[in-house]
Ligand binder design. Sequence first.
Ligand SMILES: Nc1ncnc2c1ncn2[C@@H]1O[C@H](COP(=O)(O)OP(=O)(O)OP(=O)(O)O)[C@@H](O)[C@H]1O
Ligand SMILES: [Mg+2]
Length: 343
Amino acid sequence: MIELRNVSQRYQGPQGWVDALQAVNLTIPAGEIFGIIGRSGAGKSTLVRTINLLSRPSEGEVLVAGRTLTALPADQLRQARREIGMIFQHFNLLNSRTVFENVALPLELAGMKRAAIEAAVLPLLELVGLSAQKDRYPARISGGQKQRVGIARALASKPKVLLSDEATSALDPETTRSILELLRSINRKLGLTIVLITHQMEVIKQVCDRVAVLDAGRVVEQGSVVDVFLKPRHEVTRALLGDVIAHELPDAVKARVAKHLETGEGRLLRLAFAGASVDRPLLSETIRRYAVDMNILHGQVDDIQGRAFGSLAVLAGGEPAQLGAALDFLREQGVVVEALSHV
Ligand SMILES: Nc1ncnc2c1ncn2[C@@H]1O[C@H](COP(=O)(O)OP(=O)(O)OP(=O)(O)O)[C@@H](O)[C@H]1O
Ligand SMILES: [Mg+2]
């Protein structure tokens, strides 16, 4: 659906050139919610703006719905852009227009007649749960409701793609959850492809099918959300995951483990598992089969879009060959086993 080929973006900054994007290659399948996460300044907004060519890349190609946007003449590009809706962190509503009139604006601009506009806007307000607020002005609705207006307005021109740049960053956690649920239901009902930019892993965890991690203008990691949560490869991903998964041990545990590792034996490991392996008594089975010790130091079982997901820090001990066989067994069962070295 969306493909970025070798996209780079350079800006002339006050201290010379800034490489906001460097040779980015991304394929975003139709019908998915694709998350792009990164720290501040990583290039997320630049990336999302290249998808609709609000910012034309210095190099590379952008393809959306089979068309190479970077090669289109201006009039065709304008047409192609109608298929790409966008929502923003600060909603960008017109305060002098009611909820209804805000949603109607793109249709008015496209020259649509009043009756047709009503026929299009009322169901959209229904879809986002704002029928009762249609005649209110933005100053008199909540932040979550403002974002619902933004979503309805973005959907007015029947886009195939919805771009969201930190659309929940100005909202509290509960409102964030309700907006993400709305996006999920729109994605399912309309088959809309959604590209969701965020700096919060929690947002990725709640709604995204796939995620790409951006750092200093480069995609440093990408994959399905479950895979990336199970086995984050890049240090930036781990740091961002720290908000939702305990990768770091609490200080008190660290001190105890460090002392133990100095004097005693054992290996400090992280075991991560998803789906079926969460429900099986795998650890006790491993301990019994291989006569090893697994002392759980820290951990959690969580939920990624209905799929159980667990992460445990364990101190494993036993005869080395047995321990090796036990870890192989866990891996065969789909558990991700890795050394936790940073104590
Ligand atoms: N129009 C511009 N002119 C010059 N430099 C720019 C411009 N837009 C962005 N940059 C620079 O490009 C880099 C990436 O910026 P971008 O806004 O894409 O990051 P971001 O990941 O969206 O950050 P944030 O999380 O803070 O929104 C930054 O170093 C920024 O200063
Ligand atoms: Mg940004």
